[in-house]
Design a protein around this ligand. Structure first.
Ligand SMILES: C[C@H](N)C(=O)N[C@@H](Cc1c[nH]cn1)C(=O)O
Ligand SMILES: [Zn+2]
Ligand SMILES: [Zn+2]
Length: 481
């Protein structure tokens, strides 16, 4: 079938590139920002928009309710999860595809060159929030299915979809849906492989297949010194300021070289074996290009390639993200904030369990707080997702490598990813199947940042990659139960 079908599918993809861009433009125009409740209706609208796209390719779909989240002691409804099924031929392999439809916040005033929710094509790049993370890749799957249909060929695999709109906010409600509802209902019974396209190549030219993710443990550290903000000329010098306490605590967490100062945090990190160490030598990675692409004066670890990769993939890191309630807008505001919330996270790694990390962080912050002897109120809360690794020697990875070679005419690197997709390990456990990450975008796509983009080439060749991946997986033997 490959001889005749795939060239036709690829030609259809090339011939319809403009339509695919137009659909991405529509998706990007829906500001489905999951971390801000004021966009909650847009998140729901985004899921419904995608439901239509799945229906149009013939999938049966359901919007599954996942309950509520608590924000400032109020219950807020979570966006539904879109579950889809396309095909149930027992002779075909069944792939479960996961992706997310929510995005990180973005404002033009953050420093974007164009409106973030308006997809703009410039110099072979499609700029817009969600273009690479993760609306482009999710749409890529739909376009690949459409291409098979359009050339009059049957899809060579059955597909199951799990598409959520809360990934950027800890995937609230999703684990419970998968483990307590979909699994008991038999959703995973016929699943043979799981595939996710929600990460990026390591560099800008060489494709990757990814077999590991760091987890994330995200903290909100709240200090309150007064019921309201105060004039610093009237109250300055008379109160114990919340911001001063917060900066003190946040400064105790990590040193200037990125070493995490929380007692015991490195104790459970998986030891580095000689075999693993060797893997980093062969990875194609231009550290200086990486440094220049972000405009950093110097990288940590003296820019040593192996160290940089290990600290992205297999060692934990702690980042300070921001302070809610601080006067961050331009101008010389002279307020003493009454309440501030410091936000930081730790990217956690194999063998670190979220509960253990959370306990270490709480104990450390409580110890520092007690030593500070501040009269203010302090509260710390966390939300966490686990790290994940997979066996990249599995036939599933070999199939994805063959598909990649077919499209990019080069051997993909087997990479890990420093970011997190909290549901990956749940899908691995719920299905008992091999899970693979097949990135569409390039390493300089700037997901979460200003001017997020996907290269037109990555988007269009990525659609072909997904079509080729379906073909290669269809030739695999059924995995043993
Ligand atoms: C790798 C993936 N595309 C991604 O961006 N994941 C987020 C997940 C997350 C968890 N809490 C907040 N966001 C990430 O790694 O930051
Ligand atoms: Zn993201
Ligand atoms: Zn993502």
């Amino acid at each position: 079938m490959a001889d005749r079908t795939l060239p036709q599918v690829f030609k259809y993809v090339d011939d319809n590139a403009e339509t695919f861009k137009k659909l991405l433009k529509e998706a990007v125009a829906i500001p489905s920002v999951s971390c801000d409740v004021k966009y909650r209706n847009d998140c729901v609208r985004m899921v419904e928009w995608m439901q239509e796209k799945l229906k149009e390719v013939g999938a049966t779909t359901e919007l599954r309710d996942v309950g509520y989240q608590t924000i400032d002691e109020k219950e807020v409804k979570l966006p539904p999860v879109l579950v889809g099924v396309l095909g149930n031929d027992p002779l075909k392999q069944t792939i479960c595809i996961y992706g997310h439809l929510d995005v990180q916040p973005a404002l033009k005033s953050d420093g974007w060159d164009t409106e973030p929710f308006e997809l703009v094509e410039r110099d072979g790049k499609l700029f817009g929030r969600g273009s690479t993370d993760d609306k482009g890749p999710v749409l890529g799957w739909v376009h690949a299915i459409n291409a098979y249909k359009a050339v009059g060929e049957e899809l060579p695999v059955n597909l199951k979809f799990v598409l959520e709109c809360m990934e950027e906010s800890g995937s609230e409600g999703l684990d419970a849906l998968l483990l307590e509802k979909l699994k008991p209902e038999g959703f995973f019974k016929d699943v043979d492989y799981v595939c996710i396209s929600d990460n990026y190549w390591l560099g800008t030219t060489k494709p990757c297949i990814t077999y590991g993710l760091r987890g994330i443990s995200y903290y909100f550290l709240e200090i309150q010194c007064a019921q309201m903000d105060l004039h610093s000329g009237v109250y300055g010098g008379t109160v114990h300021e919340a911001m001063t306490d917060l900066i003190y605590l946040m400064n105790e967490l990590v040193d200037k070289n990125g070493k995490i100062l929380i007692d015991g945090i490195y104790d459970s990190v998986a030891p580095l074996t000689d075999n693993e160490k060797k893997l980093y030598t062969n990875i194609d990675f231009d550290t200086d290009g990486y440094r220049k692409s972000i405009g950093a004066p110097k990288l940590a670890h003296n820019g040593d390639k192996e160290q940089i990769l290990m600290h992205r993939w297999r060692f934990p890191s702690l980042s300070l993200h921001g302070i809610e309630g601080a006067a961050f807008q331009p101008g010389a505001k002279t307020v003493i904030p009454g309440k501030v919330i410091g936000k930081f996270s730790i990217r956690i790694v194999p063998n670190q369990e979220p509960e253990e990390v959370e306990k270490l962080v709480f104990d450390f912050v409580n110890k520092k707080w007690a030593a500070r002897k501040s009269p203010n109120k302090m509260r710390i809360t966390a939300q966490s997702g686990r790290a994940w690794t997979e066996n990249p020697d599995h036939p599933h990875y070999q199939a994805a490598a063959r598909a990649t070679r077919m499209i990019y005419l080069t051997e993909p690197d087997m990479s890990r990813e420093g970011g997190s997709i909290p549901v990956t390990i749940t899908l691995q456990e719920a299905s008992g199947r091999n899970v693979l990450l097949l990135p569409m975008g390039a390493g300089d796509d700037m997901a979460h940042s200003q001017n997020e983009k996907i290269n037109v080439r990555n988007y269009i060749e990525g659609i072909k990659l997904f079509a080729a991946y379906f073909h290669e997986v269809s030739k695999l033997p059924k995995p043993s139960k």
